[in-house]
Design a protein around this ligand. Structure first.
Ligand code: SAM
Length: 221
């Protein structure tokens, strides 16, 4: 179904207009602009969904792959209980620092830990440490999504939820003439979400697509 519009309204702008403005999230967008960084934060509607899911699942330990300016980090960390923790993996030191500043400004600094470097290396390090998580948000380099999914499953408590952004890649995922590494990796990732017996998966098609999966394997918490 084509997405409808009504004058200036789209479904997304309509729903966004219902919510109070959010100073902590606006600050992230302002800081990204001031630093001349591209604002590729998760869509506002999916940010609200992340907050909702962390709260609804009662997740205490959350792992994020791809921090940028801390927009999704705020959405995740604000739903954590008092003793909850967000671990965020980010390639670039300046992004991790900006994210940390924005979480601190939002009063969430004491809940977040940033690990700088290739996410694959940080995931190995977390595995060696015996870390376990209840909720994951994958939002970094797309060609590594299948690898990140396996790493998240290995770090998951049973029943943990994995969310991943940009599963449509602006349409590239569906266009079979696109055979680059990101499109191929995302097709593989989406198939795994839909079919892997260790997961109960679902795909959402709004914005650039979001996958959700519940991990059926893994250790009980
Ligand atoms: N999740 C963020 C949000 O919604 O606010 C947006 C993340 S942005 C789409 C992707 C981020 O992944 C960038 O900050 C980028 O530097 C980071 N990234 C890309 N490749 C990475 C890698 N190999 N390891 C860790 N982080 C990576």
């Amino acid at each position: 179904m084509e997405e409808w519009t009504m004058g200036e309204w789209t479904p997304n702008t309509y729903f966004d207009s219902l919510y109070e403005s959010d100073r902590d999230l606006e600050r992230v967008a302002e800081r990204l602009q001031a630093e001349g960084m591209r604002d590729i934060s998760v869509a506002a509607g999916y940010g609200r969904l992340l907050t909702f899911l962390v709260a609804a699942t009662g997740a205490r330990r959350v792992l994020e792959i791809g921090a940028l300016g801390g927009y999704s980090g705020i959405c995740l960390a604000r739903a954590l209980p008092e003793d909850g923790r967000l671990v965020s993996l980010e390639l670039k030191r300046e992004y991790a620092e900006l994210a940390r500043e924005n979480l601190t400004a939002a009063g969430l600094g004491d809940k977040a830990e940033y690990r700088v470097g290739e996410a694959a290396a940080s995931l190995e390090e977390l595995k060696r440490e015996g870390a376990r998580f209840d909720f994951f948000f994958i939002d970094a380099d797309k060609e590594n999504y299948p690898h990140y999914l396996e790493a998240c499953i290995a770090l998951a408590n049973r029943g943990a939820v994995i969310a991943a952004d940009n599963t449509l890649l602006g349409g590239k995922t569906i266009d079979e003439t696109r055979q680059g590494p990101s499109a191929r990796a995302m097709r593989h990732f989406n198939q795994t979400i839909a079919r892997d017996e260790r997961l109960q998966g679902v795909h959402l098609s709004a914005f650039d697509g979001l996958a959700l999966a519940r991990v059926l394997s893994g250790m009980p918490d």
